[in-house]
Write a protein that binds this ligand. Structure first.
Ligand code: ADP
Ligand code: GN1
Ligand code: MG
Length: 359
């Protein structure tokens, strides 16, 4: 992508001020993110190429983001900092289509920090407050949302994709992955049993974020407090538990998501406690007993789903996630499986902590 091209895309949005530069930002696995700096005291902007392979309906996704951010803005003290602000294109649409690519812009929120891993229980606590508050702000949102990715956290749907991918085995890798495939198959029943509780309404559904890893939260630089949830591409209706579980997968991992050294990887019970404490400080009053009963399990569920998704992408020939080297998805699979094992070993303790903090 040439700089001229990026500039010409950015200029199609209703930006204030003349553009000074467009530079890459962040390390998301799906979209391409750029920061647009402007001159003369005008705001800066985030420009994103939305991954159209992953998100087949970008206009529908942008409608979702506009609807939920408008809802949040009406409730918070500082609407320009406490949620994203979508900047429409000059033609009034919420995106620009160019040569089959879809682009969107939002305001860059200055004086913020984002992290790739939690380095203190205080940060994990703040992260829990951030997602808990995000869900509370949207608890009375009652418009229908588009399903931006079909069956995103629905393990029944994921197993359908899994079975098809294994049957097709397009990269010829399945035969060498007997052990890893066994990790998935051994847990098929318990994961489907959990999802049945969502399907039959025992566990309720709400508007949820669905991609709550730590890099998708902004913290306020001056105070260190959590500011808002970003990366709203997957906001949809699901169980709130998934937002909790996905965050634990990231905040409470003692290693990296793609750590080659598996000795680094495991669940930090201290971080688990801190995140849970922050989350329940916002959610305690409104959660049902069934949600509380399954809260700790949701960390196992989402980490399992992530093992499946990384391994499935590896078997599929690395088509979904951005990868930095040849067996990156397999390294991610092993590291996430180590984390899952650690959660399984410490599960009784995790349940005790949820019981203690939910009182
Ligand atoms: P991806 O979908 O590729 O993960 P994100 O929307 O998460 O992209 O953005 C990537 C990174 O860019 C974030 O982790 C954050 O550091 C930064 N970022 C994104 N949006 C904003 C924003 N509105 N203001 C400030 N920083 C942002
Ligand atoms: C992707 O877009 P990003 O990097 O925030 C993925 C998540 C995964 C995560 C793993 C739309 O998140 O579901 O959990 O990578 N997002 C999508 O790090 O698939
Ligand atoms: Mg992100």
């Amino acid at each position: 992508m040439t700089n001229e091209k990026l500039l010409s895309i950015a200029e199609r949005f209703a930006l204030e001020g003349a553009i000074a530069s467009v530079k890459p930002l962040g390390e998301g696995f799906i979209n391409d993110t750029f920061i647009v700096r402007t001159e003369g005291g005008a705001p800066d902007y985030i420009l994103q190429r939305k991954n159209h392979q992953v998100f087949p309906d970008v206009p529908g996704m942008m409608d979702n983001i506009m609807a939920v951010t408008t809802h949040i803005k009406a409730k918070v003290a500082d609407p320009l900092r406490e949620t994203l602000t979508v900047i429409p294109a000059r033609d009034g649409r919420l995106y620009v289509e160019d040569e089959g690519n879809f682009w969107a812009v939002c305001l860059f929120i200055p004086d913020t920090l984002s992290y790739d891993r939690a380095d203190s229980p205080e940060l994990a606590y703040q992260g829990g407050v951030g997602i808990g508050r995000f869900q509370v702000l949207l608890s009375d949102f009652d418009k229908p949302l588009n399903e931006t990715i079909k069956g995103f956290h629905n393990i029944r749907w994921r197993f359908k994709q899994w079975d098809e991918t294994l049957a097709a085995d397009p990269a010829g890798r399945a035969a060498s992955l007997k052990e890893e495939i066994g990790w998935i198959e051994a847990r098929r029943g318990e994961m489907l049993d959990f999802w049945s509780l969502v399907e039959n309404g025992t566990i309720p559904t709400h508007v949820t974020h669905n991609d709550t890893k730590i890099s998708n939260i902004l913290f306020d630089k001056p105070t260190g407090k959590v500011l808002c949830a970003i990366d709203l591409d997957t906001v949809m209706s699901s169980t709130s538990l998934n937002d909790f579980g996905d965050a634990i997968r990231s905040y409470a991992n003692t290693g990296a998501e793609d750590d080659r050294n598996l000795d680094n990887v495991g669940l930090s019970i201290e971080m688990f406690r801190a995140y849970t404490d922050g989350y329940l400080s916002q959610q305690r009053a409104t959660m049902t007993q069934s949600e509380l009963d399954w809260l700790a399990f949701s960390a196992r569920y989402i980490t399992f789903e992530q093992v499946l998704r990384f391994l499935m992408d590896y078997i599929d020939g690395d088509k979904y996630y951005k990868t930095a080297y040849a067996d990156h998805n397999l390294v991610r699979t092993h590291a996430q499986y180590k984390l899952l094992r650690s959660m399984e070993e410490q599960y009784a303790r995790m349940c005790d902590i949820v019981r203690e903090l939910s009182k």
